[in-house]
Each structure stands twice: as C-alpha cells, then as structure tokens.
Design a protein around this ligand. Structure first.
Ligand code: FAD
Length: 395
C-alpha cells in the first residue's frame, strides 16, 4: 500500500488526506496544534474551489453548508457606485461557507483510514538521494512514499526546500467576524449587504451565511464581514480594535456601522496579511522512489483580495489526487509541479494587481483610481472570475 505523510491539518492538508485515503493510500496527518480547530469565520469559495471540492468527492457535503453569494458590486465610502452589481450565471456564482462547517465536512471526508496525530511539530524533511522521503519532529522520523507539505504560510518544509521564497507583509491587516443571526441587525430589504466598499487603503465586504430564521444553508448562519486596512495589526485588545474599526469606517455606507456595532469583540479575528515573494521555484521535489510536494499556503500564500487561497489549496489537492491515480511516483510529483506552478502564478499575478488597486492612496491617485476603477476593477474581477470559472480538475 502506498503511504503519505501530510504535514498540517488546515483545509489543504485535510482535503488532500481524505482524497488519498479514499484512493487506497495509508495516510498520516501531523499537526502541531494540540487540537485541530478552525477559526470562527467564513470563506468565499469561487467556482474553481467548489469544483475542486466536488472532484475530491466532497460536493454533497459542501452543498449542505454553502450559501450562494450574488454579485454586490463595488462602492466608494461615499456610497457612489464604482461597479454596479450584475447578475452572475449560477455556474459562476461563488458561495460562502462557515469555516467550522467546512472543517466538519473535511473531517467527515477523512473516513476511518487517516491517522491524525496532533501536538506534533515537524522540524525537518529528509530528502536523501536514493532514500524514501521522511519527516522528523527532532525525535522520530516517519518515512512515506509521499510527503505533502500543507503546513501553511510559515512552512518549515518550504523553507528547507525552497529557501528563496520568503514570507513578507502585504502591507495590510484584516479583521473578520461572523455575527450570529440572533445578534445580527435587521436590514431594510433595499439595503445591499453583499458587495464591496473601497476607500483609500480600506476595504469592507459583507455576506449572508444562510438566511435568518431558516434551518437550511449554513448550520452556523449569520452575517460574515471582512475589513482590510493598510498598516500593521493592532496590539490592543479586541474591544479597542473594534472601536478603531468603528472610527476608521465611520460614515461608510450602511450597514457597515451597524455590523461593527453588532459584533461581539470575542468573535473578532485579526490577522496580518502576508504573502510569498518570490513564489517557490518548485512545488514538487522527487526524492528517491517518491517525493515531496508543497500545497496550499505553503506553496502560494497570497493576500485574500480575490478570495482564492483556500480555493487554490483545494485545486492543489484535487490535482495531486488525480495525478497520483494516473501516474507513478515520482513522475506524479513532477507532473504536479508542471501543472500547479503556472496556475498559482496566474492567480497571484491577478491578486497583486488587485492589491495595487486597493492600496492606492493620495487624493489625485485616488481620483484617478476611482475614475478608472469601473473598468479596471470590473475587467480585473472578470478576468479573475473567468480564470476561476474556467478551472477544471484534471481528468
Ligand atoms: C483575511 C483572510 C480572508 C481570506 N478569505 C478567503 C476566501 O474568502 N476564500 C479563499 O479561498 N481563501 C481565503 N483566505 C485564504 C485561506 O484562508 C488560506 O489560503 C487557507 O486557509 C490556507 O490553508 P492551508 O491548509 O494551506 O494552510 P493553513 O490553514 O495555514 O494550515 C496549515 C496547518 O499546518 C500546521 N502546521 C504549521 N507548521 C507545522 C509544523 N511544522 N508541523 C505540523 N503542523 C504544522 C498549522 O498549525 C496549520 O494547522 C483568506 C485569508 C485571510 C487571511
């Protein structure tokens, strides 16, 4: 039986572990945290992410927890529409999912055959010529035919195999929360919730997770919002961070203020936004008869402006599982590298263009941006949406 060690039990690691186990692999997942616990926020999955999860056999589980996200357009903080909302065909419509629901679906997909070991920090990957690859926590080494590094942005395995790729700040921080329905403000029917508001270095996006009072859709329903602001994360306690957010976003169109007011500080998740520059020179490393691959944020951490990080992790997982069904190791590892590097590079390029639009500051630059945004942004978003919609899992 072929064996794999997956390092990291984030969404990427869990998705690939379940897929390999369902293809008959013996899989061990090593996670440094004592408990595998997702953050209490949500994630937007574009059609590529949805398709990848379907290819991984998780489509039915996803359908039960996902809420469609109609296009909400883009506004300025003064309410002026930069890009009007447009109808999106059903097969191009993203969905929004509570991360805890997604986590449950991925855990259910592991089945009985995956061994999940928590509290294990991998410190070294063994890549000796002629030997099977292995990973070590400094005391024990576990060998396998395949090592999947799904250990996130700060991946130690990537640092060892592709040291040229460094983690840098993207120059902004993000705050997210899900306001449960019982705490969420009631909004007038004509008030747009979905959609994006763009200011100078500031951005606010909100979406519904399921419907108020409905048992369908997300089982952890509410209103999800994400605020991004230029600068570093704040050292103050969550109450003060929320007060700062209220000040920064004062005067923005409804329901921004009402959503910030209704957020419980305990539900606020703050994060520095970081990315890899440059991207690793390789995603697949043949080692003896097997190999090591980088997957998810370990391979291509990027700012969340296009909401593609988790989607690409699922694409990676679906591609790897498919290639391993078709080809032997280490050929499949080389094929994975050939397929995934250009794909990730395209999405990262689109995301960086979006970062440049978002981070425009200064009155003249902003005026020029706003004048151009109607076309730039809609062109940029539609090329990103098209590339998301066009992706198909390899057959
Ligand atoms: C504000 C924000 C909003 C976002 N919104 C979206 C969105 O809407 N749509 C979207 O597609 N993406 C979004 N993303 C990106 C998405 O969250 C990530 O791309 C995704 O979670 C990456 O998953 P992963 O499994 O690769 O890494 P992670 O989730 O980081 O998991 C890595 C795991 O590895 C473990 N680990 C690390 N080192 C070791 C070690 N040495 N030994 C053992 N275990 C280890 C960690 O504990 C962790 O559990 C967003 C990101 C941010 C910051």
């Amino acid at each position: 039986m072929r064996s794999a060690v997956v390092v990291g039990a984030g969404v990427g690691g869990l998705a690939v572990a379940g897929a390999l186990a369902r293809s008959g692999w013996q899989v061990t997942v090593l996670e440094r945290a004592e408990r595998v616990r997702p953050e209490p926020t949500a994630v937007v999955l574009w059609p590529n992410g949805v398709r990848a999860l379907q290819a991984l056999g998780l489509g039915a589980g996803l359908a039960a927890i996902a809420t469609p996200l109609p296009d909400g357009g883009v506004r300025r903080p003064d309410g002026h529409w930069l890009v009007q909302p447009r109808p999106i065909p059903a097969d191009r419509m993203p969905v929004v999912v509570h991360r805890e629901d997604l986590h449950d679906a991925l855990i259910a997909g592991l089945g009985e055959r995956v061994e999940l070991r928590t509290g294990v920090t991998v410190r070294h990957v063994r890549v000796e010529p002629g030997e099977r690859p292995g990973v070590s926590d400094g005391r024990h080494t576990i060998e396998a035919d395949l090592v999947v590094a799904a250990d996130g942005t700060d991946s130690g395995i990537r640092r060892q195999l592709a040291p040229e790729s460094r983690v840098v700040s993207s120059g902004c921080a993000a705050w997210r929360a899900v306001i449960p329905w019982y705490q969420a403000p009631r909004l007038p029917d004509d008030q747009p919730l979905a959609g994006e508001i763009l200011g100078a270095g500031y951005r606010f996006v909100a979406a519904s997770l399921g419907e108020r009072g409905s048992s369908g859709g997300s089982s952890r329903g509410g209103i999800y919002w994400v605020a991004t602001a230029a600068g570093a994360p704040r050292p103050e306690p969550p109450e003060t961070q929320l007060a700062l957010l209220r000040r920064w976003y004062a005067g923005w169109p409804a329901p921004v203020g009402a959503l910030l007011d209704a957020t419980d500080p305990a539900d606020l998740v703050q994060q520095e936004v970081r990315e890899l520059r440059p991207l690793p020179r390789a995603y697949g490393f043949p080692v003896g008869p097997g190999g090591v691959v980088l997957l998810g944020d370990a391979a291509h951490a990027m700012p969340p402006h296009l909401g593609q990080g988790a989607c690409l992790a699922f694409e990676d997982a679906a591609t790897l599982a498919s290639l391993l069904r078709e080809a032997r190791l280490p050929d499949a590892v080389q094929a994975y590298d050939r397929v995934r590097r250009p794909r990730a590079a395209t999405v990262v390029r689109q995301t960086r263009r979006m970062s440049a639009v978002l981070q425009t500051r200064g009155r003249l630059a902003l005026r020029a941006r706003d004048a151009a945004l109607g076309t730039i942004n809609s062109r940029l978003l539609s090329s990103a949406a098209a590339s998301a919609a066009q992706w198909r899992p390899p057959t």
